[in-house]
Design a protein around this ligand. Sequence first.
Ligand code: F6R
Length: 600
Amino acid sequence: MCGIVGYIGKEDAKEILLQGLEKLEYRGYDSAGLALCNEKGITVIKEKGRIADLRGAVPLDIQATIGIGHTRWATHGVPNKENAHPHQSESGRFTLVHNGVIENYHLLQQTYLQQVQLKSETDTEVIVQLIEKFVKDGMPTEEAFRHTLRLVHGSYAIAMLDADEPETIFIAKNKSPLLLGVGKGFNVVASDAMAMRQVTDQFVELHDQEIVFVRKNEMMITTLDGTIIQRDPFTAEIDMSDIEKGTYPHYMMKEMDEQPGIIRKISQQYEDENGELTIDTAVLKAIMNADRLYIIAAGTSYHAGLIGKQYIEKMAGIPVEVHISSEFGYNLPLLSEKPLFLFITQSGETADSRQVLVKVKAMGYPTLTLTNVSGSTLSREADYTLLLHAGPEIAVASTKAYTAQLAVLAIIAYVTGKAQGKVQHFNLKKELAITANAIQTLVDAKETFEEIAHEFLATARNAFFLGRNLDFYVSLEGALKLKEISYIQAEGFAGGELKHGTIALIEEGTPIFALATQQAVALNIRGNVKEVVARGAHACIIAMEGVEEAEDRFILPHVHELLTPLISVIPLQLISYYAALQRGCDVDKPRNLAKSVTVE
Ligand code: F6R
């Protein structure tokens, strides 16, 4: 959460920084700011709201070749101009942007800054005021920077300007993501490579507790205690068309439309030279060595994990537990003798999941990350990584990453099952190809889902998603999609469980979306729908060909029963999209959210 950029070179910094912040807006979008440094000194411009608001506030005639910028997702203090970054020290000499949370900021303020009048409610301001205090006490800037970071507990990605040393950007990283970008006659910093891809494709990774002094023609990476580190750049394989919206009205629509192609691409990426599905042999070995898999994830990725458990248990015969990452780390269950931890995370940066990774690694257990972002923190820190190959997902609501997670989880389960002789008479590659075609049919039927959204949700205050078996897990995801982008309160429920209390909420006109794709429970879910319809609910049944009935509102094309989650989620994504649009919501950037949740 929060995005950071910095530029030092020869060009006009403000445009490069603003473009970078626009690419980082998915990380937070409640306020934003820039600090631009030229011969007249440092100018700070901040605005509440989006980058577009900041852009409007930046004077066109200001020229600067050095600058830092920030887009915020508020943690400490409401989103307003005062709490927006950059923050400045009392004298204005130091200017700093920060992503992360300083856990001991209050103690630091009490201990060192009693005499300083803070201007904001943020934890960040304490860092910049501390640096100035130590400089006033006689330390050179570099030493004061290091000294402050040694005192700070928590997560941070920091970029700082010193008005007295304007040829350097001071950088530090711990737990929050930050990359250096290398150019000819300039250097940049950014929370991710997409933000600076327009000026360079050469990036240098930073590790936790590293400090960097970035100048126009050089950058020096050191540890907190001053040891110099040499690290080569890597080439960021990002296609600019992947991060542009093109002719689409929203990233979410573009990303939903990409799903058939992604499923086909995943099939190819996980193919061996004989065209058979495969996964890295070291990963396969690690899975087969385990007596139990522990899937750790949050939000949509957690929902994918619930389905992954079914795949792995059914195809590979290995027991799986699925845990919400923010709970797991602080309430460890009894572990099996030979566990393997599987982290599912689109971004690879989710702090809740990462704290579990750090803990279980310290306990000596093997770890595997399933992520969309190669080189992300959870990918680098786990023993093994498998990639989703979904391309950058920019809309805050996850769509294509979810279906990609399901496809790769199915491949993991299938390949493991085959290696153990447990999968027979089932050709996953063929079934995935059929599934990709079915997804295409569904994304081509947009108008129907627009009509359904209008019919069922135009005036709705709440909604229920019902399913049994695999459909239940998809209904959890459907409810999350609807609430996060349309702000309609929604709950995903196991069809049979509703009558044990929650049915009390059903009243005349309550919208119900029921999935019926599973043969074994098709009659049961229909019975559950009848129970709520009898109490006034307005039911939209989405069933699969083969189990359909006259009462159904939409029939999904037939796919293998295990792969139904990949198709039944598509109508729910599209219905949520249109419901949000019809209510005038900002589909790509829903209120209060951020794409990459890098605080616990
Ligand atoms: C919802 C959504 C979130 C994320 C969650 C975990 O649409 O995207 O629920 O799934 O914040 O993020 P990752 O997968 O990046 O760890």
